[in-house]
Design a protein around this ligand. Structure first.
Ligand code: AMP
Ligand code: TRP
Length: 334
């Protein structure tokens, strides 16, 4: 398909530590697949990260690592645009424009805001509250058609759609209305220790979460300790949250259907299945570990990639920002 007819994809991930298996299966793995058919733009969203307290030295390190990680997972800087959000000033500028088309009431309804303010009651800052506006700016600046995310971001995406429609109505057509792209399997990978909760980087129990750079032994040990039900049948069924989660993970990394998994593991115990899941996950992540180690040795290459990525992102997004400025009535200069 000619480049200019391809649809546009945008997604972002926060540099708040090594990605989890949930980030990988729910989001980043799909970013890679989409590169062939779409014009893809991917960002390490460091502006979003400072809505919760960060140690500056760690944030800088995590941002570089997150950038290396998306390349290690297979984002190809020749095919896609990969950049660091704070390098592209249009995001903060568009954030302001869109904030003036977003209602206090709709931001108050965001479940992530409620969760995060309950978690950090001593720092319920304005950035945390307006976080979804910045996310809308990220997306709308590039005339994005599709946004690949895990299911936890669906509400933010709906807000971005509402804000885009409202702006278009108020000032005339400018923004494309983006659609979510949520995977059928693995849109919400659950904690290995409490399979009713999302797998999250910030879980206090280190066994709850697989990090994509964990070594084979660590991965297998965590899966062996995964919480399951008292039944012993490997079957996808209501109430079997632990096994359902393990089956989802296995299916996501091997491509096997639930029926095939049930057949292959009929009569086998949970122990054997957990080991198989651990081995499959570790194998799937092997190239990521190897690529990451190599990329982190080559800071110059990373710098070249993120600098070029930022330039390309700026040139596209500046056009949309200039149009928005004109539409709201700002005086042209230059
Ligand atoms: P974050 O780590 O919050 O920046 O999330 C980055 C991406 O990973 C977003 O698209 C999330 O929806 C997705 N994600 C985060 N945790 C999970 C999970 N446990 N299962 C599936 N997707 C997830
Ligand atoms: N809010 C997203 C998350 O926490 C990250 C993000 C920021 C994002 N901007 C985005 C995702 C734009 C998709 C598109 O996971």
């Amino acid at each position: 398909m000619p480049e200019e007819q391809k649809k546009i994809i945008f997604s972002g991930i926060q540099p708040t530590g090594t990605f989890t298996l949930g980030n990988y299966i729910g989001a980043v793995r799909n970013w890679i697949k989409l590169q062939e058919e779409y014009n893809c733009i991917y960002s390490i969203v460091d502006l979003h990260a400072i809505t919760v307290k960060q140690d500056p030295a760690k944030l800088r390190q995590h941002t570089l690592e997150a950038y290396a990680l998306i390349l290690a997972c297979g984002v190809d800087p020749e095919k896609s645009i990969a950049f660091i959000q704070s390098h592209v000033k249009t995001h903060a500028e568009m954030n302001w424009i869109l904030a003036c088309s977003t209602q206090f009431g709709e931001l108050s309804r965001m479940t992530q805001f409620k969760d995060k303010s309950a978690k950090h009651p001593d720092d319920i800052n304005a950035g945390l509250f307006t976080y979804p506006v910045l996310m809308a700016a990220d997306i709308l600046l590039y005339k994005t058609d599709l946004v690949p995310v895990g299911v936890d971001q669906k509400q933010h995406l709906e807000l971005a759609r509402d804000v885009a429609k409202r702006f278009n109505q108020k000032y005339g057509e400018l923004f494309t209305i983006p659609e979510p792209y949520i995977p059928e399997i693995g849109a919400k990978v659950m904690s290995l220790q409490d399979p009713t909760k999302k797998m999250s980087k910030s879980d206090e129990n280190p066994n709850a979460c697989i990090f994509i750079l964990d070594d084979t032994d660590t991965i297998i040990r965590k899966f062996k300790r995964a919480v399951t039900d008292s039944d012993s049948e490997i079957r996808y069924a209501e109430g079997k949250d632990g096994i359902n989660n393990l089956m989802t993970i296995f299916s996501a990394v091997t491509g096997d259907s639930f029926e095939k998994i049930e057949r292959d593991f009929a009569g086998k115990g949970y122990g054997e299945f957990k080991l198989a899941v651990g081995e499959a996950v570790s194998e799937a992540l092997r190239p990521v570990r190897e690529n990451f180690a190599r990329l982190m040795q080559d800071k110059e290459y990373l710098k070249k990639c993120y600098s070029e990525g930022a330039q390309k992102a700026l040139s596209i997004s500046q056009k949309t920002l200039s149009k928005a400025y004109r539409k709201v009535g700002f005086v042209d200069f230059k």
